[in-house]
Design a protein around this ligand. Structure first.
Ligand SMILES: [Zn+2]
Ligand SMILES: [Zn+2]
Ligand SMILES: [Zn+2]
Length: 48
């Protein structure tokens, strides 16, 4: 199965099936939710 993409629109991280932040990659994306950000602030490698 392909990994899920983070549900935050500005984010390009993939999220593990049972990650600690649900459908988001990080606390940052969880807080930002569906809000559109110019640049994602999760600071993961590969996400800009
Ligand atoms: Zn991100
Ligand atoms: Zn994310
Ligand atoms: Zn991320």
């Amino acid at each position: 199965m392909a990994p899920q993409k983070c549900a935050h629109p500005g984010c390009s991280c993939s999220v593990p099936d049972k990650g600690p932040f649900g459908k988001y990659c990080s606390e940052h994306c969880k807080d930002a939710g569906e809000m559109t950000e110019l640049r994602c602030g999760c600071h993961h490698a590969g996400c800009a």
